[in-house]
Design a binder for this molecule. Structure first.
Ligand code: HEM
Length: 359
């Protein structure tokens, strides 16, 4: 009896080892890189091409920022009542329709820049897959960013997204929260996705100052967006009276009304504040929310995990800080269950932020 029990344990251990080996099986591609699935091998040269030729050698600059924005504007195009295919590449396939939606203003630049790559690689990737792959590679250009998931296998879009599904900065917070709820995102997940605005600039909110960033460090995936959006607004960096814009705390920095509302509203303020001084909390929440966003409207059972083709981002540069010239008295805390983290200011004269140069 004891022998029988012992041999069943040995058998069980052996089969667990086999199962484990199958799970961790790796494929070495012809190019020498290792991945979990042979189908992912074709992506390594594409990733290299994107870094060299779309992202100027791996800069966390304008094309990187725009490629991340594009992942959102494609993916959010789904509504259970109105239709749309979510992250299906319809913003490319039906660009003639979608690019003209007011909420997609300015997106034509990156659609145009990605078009030759989408065409070149159309035997390997559908436009929906390409847009999310380019977004994940883009984020990896930014020091401090998490390594995003990438699943492959989105079918070609069948129709354009209906108009009105992409949130706008002048929308009420109720409307924004409701829009995200329709695609199954909580208020905390909206805030997590907004970490994207730490590597972002606006060209058209105030068209007199294109390339004006939302944080003082738009080439680093740090928490400064969450710190600086919590500072008292004192100026308009360009002209006053633009739709969707409110006062920002720094020269050369622009603030969206929607970001301001999300930082001050009781439904989202505590999540917003929780990212201000915690890089790891912010990056893990962003990674999880992006994984969910990248497959809105898609059947993940039919997709292959090719995350290991995404480069590992460089480590964070710098520490959470107040911009030079600011003190804790400039913070407008809005979370009523915990205090805003104590931060010190950079030394030197008041911070003035340089625009993100077009490339
Ligand atoms: C409440 C939701 C959101 C609103 C209202 C919003 C609005 C905006 C606006 C108005 C701009 C500036 C466009 C321009 O004038 O050039 C912008 C830029 C950007 N947004 Fe959002 N956004 C939202 C959520 C997101 C999400 C979820 C992502 C990605 C996951 C994202 C990524 C970006 C990026 C990377 C840029 C910078 C693009 C560049 O530098 O060219 N945004 N957003």
């Amino acid at each position: 009896m004891a022998f029988k029990t012992l041999s069943s344990i040995v058998l069980l251990a052996a089969s667990l080892r086999v199962a484990n080996a199958a799970l961790t099986k790796r494929v070495t591609c012809a190019t020498g890189q290792v991945t979990a699935h042979a189908q992912c091998c074709a992506l390594f040269p594409i990733v290299d091409d994107l870094i060299t030729n779309l992202f100027d050698g791996g800069e966390c600059g304008e094309e990187t920022h725009e490629s991340l924005r594009l992942t959102f504007h494609d993916a959010i195009g789904f509504s259970p009542t109105l239709g749309g295919g979510g992250a299906d590449g319809s913003i490319f396939t039906f660009a003639d329709t979608e690019v003209n939606f007011p909420a997609n203003a300015g997106i034509d630049d990156i659609v145009d820049a990605q078009t030759p790559f989408i065409q070149k690689y159309n035997a390997t990737l559908t436009p929906g897959d390409f847009i999310q792959l380019a977004g994940a590679v883009a984020v990896s250009n930014c020091p401090g960013a998490p390594r995003l998931q990438f699943l492959m296998g989105r079918p070609v879009a069948k129709a354009a997204s209906p108009i009105g599904l992409v949130p706008e900065p002048q929308d009420s917070l109720d409307k924004i929260i409701q829009r995200f709820k329709e695609v199954n995102f909580s208020p905390a997940e909206i805030v997590a996705l907004l970490a994207s605005h730490t590597i972002a600039a606006a060209d058209l909110v105030d068209p007199t100052i294109p390339g004006t960033p939302f944080s003082s460090t738009p080439s680093i995936f740090d928490t400064q967006f969450f710190i600086e959006t919590q500072l008292k607004g004192t100026l308009f960096p360009g002209t006053a009276g633009n739709e969707g814009e409110v006062m920002s705390p720094l020269k050369g920095e622009i603030r969206l009304n929607s970001d301001f509302e999300l930082s001050r509203d009781p439904r989202t303020a505590c999540t917003f504040q929780s990212f201000a001084a915690s890089q790891s909390r912010m990056t893990s929440a962003f990674k999880a929310a992006m994984a969910k966003m990248a497959v809105i409207g898609q059947n993940t059972n039919k997709m292959i995990d090719c995350s290991d083709v995404i480069p590992v981002p460089k480590p964070l540069v710098g520490k959470p800080h107040l911009p030079a010239g600011k003190t804790m008295r400039d913070v407008q805390p809005a979370c009523n269950i915990s205090p805003f983290p104590v931060l010190t200011a950079d030394p030197g004269p008041a911070t003035s932020v340089a625009p993100v140069p077009p490339s």
